[in-house]
Design a protein around this ligand. Sequence first.
Ligand code: SAH
Length: 195
Amino acid sequence: MNEITYKILLGALVIAMNLIRIYYMTRYGKLHKKIKEIAPVREKRLTQMMTVAMAVPGLLWLFTPWLSFGQLALPDGVRIAGFAVGAYGMWWFYRIHRTLGDNWSPVLEIRREHTLITGGPYKRVRHPMYSDMVLWLVSFALITANWFYALTFGAGLAIILTVRIPDEEKLMTERFGEQYGEYKKRTKRLIPYVY
Ligand code: SAH
């Protein structure tokens, strides 16, 4: 199949992801004045680093030939399957955002009206959005068939998994104490029943 086809497939997923994000960012922007932000500078820097690592190589792959050194020969079926995984991932991305509602924020923070969500996608894992991003990694790596892109996206994701999750759980424990402790006991971080 033509490389253009895969660019369209990746482009469609990236557009879907951004539409969901833009909608919730707009909502967040409207609410933001009312909340107390306790996100440290480090968190902001990390968020910027993650965004660059995850977004820039994708744009380069879509619009320039510069990443062609990283192309691998994957069968068409595998790359199409990658798109199916990604479409499933975007559907979950929407569901997770909808469940988190006004508790969602682009940087870690606690708002005054913050509620602890423990149902829906949050029933078995504490970080379904980050689990979902692991699905994106699989999806985007297969669609692009580009090891360099997979590596940089994976590096951005690694920051989330190793730095952000512990920071986030510390913050949630400060705010919700025993309630979060109980929630932690009956859930896993990323993969239901496993991890
Ligand atoms: N880690 C979660 C949420 C990512 S959005 C996930 O992967 O699905 C990040 C924001 O969500 C943080 O600022 C935090 O305050 C908030 N948050 C995380 N878990 C939450 C929960 N169970 N209920 C309510 N808010 C939560």
